[in-house]
Write a protein that binds this ligand. Structure first.
Ligand SMILES: Cc1cc2nc3c(=O)[nH]c(=O)nc-3n(C[C@H](O)[C@H](O)[C@H](O)COP(=O)(O)OP(=O)(O)OC[C@H]3O[C@@H](n4cnc5c(N)ncnc54)[C@H](O)[C@@H]3O)c2cc1C
Length: 286
């Protein structure tokens, strides 16, 4: 199929893009990498009357340090994040997750702003935004504001943006960590995840002092498991820690069954991945 008719606008500044979107009275959409939006247009599942193309706004693409925060422009392509030495050094869990994002051709075009806005519950970057407790800087007709990742993802494929809002950049605080790991299982490498988990730990003398845990593919939005993070600090680190961690994780999620996997299978996968991640994270300390 071909898309329904729309007006195409290609601004070169952010202000012009916001203005064009606001003028569309809720009927406009922005185009970034087009990897998710174009199929929706072609199937006429999205029928905007105005399409505002962000690709001409060059200052929306960057990766930079701001103190102990890594800021990434919304138009930065998946492939640039995947190959960034700054991301590898400062946000290693995200760096490890990137090669699981779709396939090479899609990573060449897809953008971080598009991935977060699309809010697929089995996508890696929304999960990373939750994992790192990221903040999204968003511009609308009333100016710029900040939205915490935990408030941004409302439901599957649903975010909290107004129709006139554009995600401009995302700020990721750097985590202090002794060990970390990212694991994911998909039906084929590069497909959307059936289950995935990311872990980062800081170790004390005999216990885990700080933990960060996020999962995806097992709920309608990516989840940070703060309850599990707290409980991890109460247990002694020993050979049983990976199993105990897996139990904490699996009892904290209630996956849905769908045509890709049953709820029980997703839970089982998540438990196995949890064990793997904890073993890797603990091994990093030696
Ligand atoms: C076959 C296939 C497999 C895939 N597998 C994976 C996978 O395994 N993991 C994964 O994470 N992703 C996967 N994707 C999705 C891919 O990562 C997309 O690139 C991404 O979801 C959307 O990014 P985009 O830049 O292409 O956005 P677009 O398709 O241009 O836009 C997506 C949505 O976000 C909105 N939008 C875009 N940018 C902004 C912005 N700055 N502000 C506000 N709204 C905005 C658009 O209006 C639209 O509603 C896959 C896609 C395909 C086609």
């Amino acid at each position: 199929m071909k898309p329904a008719k729309f007006e195409y606008i290609a601004p070169t500044t952010l202000d012009a893009a916001v203005e064009a979107l606001a003028a569309a009275n809720g009927e406009g959409k922005v185009l970034a990498g087009g990897q998710s939006l174009l199929p929706l247009l072609n199937y006429r599942m999205a029928r905007p009357t105005v399409l505002v193309d962000l690709n001409g706004i060059k200052d929306l693409s960057f990766i930079e340090m701001r103190g102990d925060i890594v800021a990434i422009g919304a138009l930065t392509r998946h492939r640039e994040i995947e190959h960034s030495t700054l991301i590898a050094a400062k946000l290693p869990v995200m760096s490890a997750a990137m090669r699981h994002v779709a396939h090479l051709a899609i990573r060449n075009r897809g953008t971080i702003g598009g991935s977060l806005s699309h809010a697929d519950p089995a996508a890696e970057l929304p999960m990373m935004a939750m994992f790192y407790d990221a903040s999204l800087r968003v511009q609308g007709p009333a100016g710029r504001r900040t939205i915490a990742a935990k408030d941004f993802f409302v439901d599957a494929l649903t975010n909290c943006l107004e129709p006139e809002d554009i995600v401009v950049e995302i700020e990721f605080p750097v985590l202090q960590q002794d060990g970390w790991a990212f694991e994911e299982i998909a039906r084929r490498f590069g497909d959307f995840a059936l289950a995935s988990i990311a872990v980062s730990i800081r170790l004390g003398l005999s216990k885990i002092e700080h933990a960060r845990v996020a999962v995806m593919g097992v709920c309608d939005t990516p989840l940070r498991l703060e309850g599990v993070e707290e409980r991890l600090g109460e247990i002694e680190v020993d050979d049983r820690t990976p199993d105990r961690f897996a139990e904490l994780v699996t009892t904290s999620v209630t996956p849905n069954s769908d045509l890709h996997a049953s709820a029980e299978y997703r839970k089982h996968l998540l438990g196995e991945l949890a064990k793997r991640t904890m073993r890797t994270a603990l091994a990093a300390k030696g």
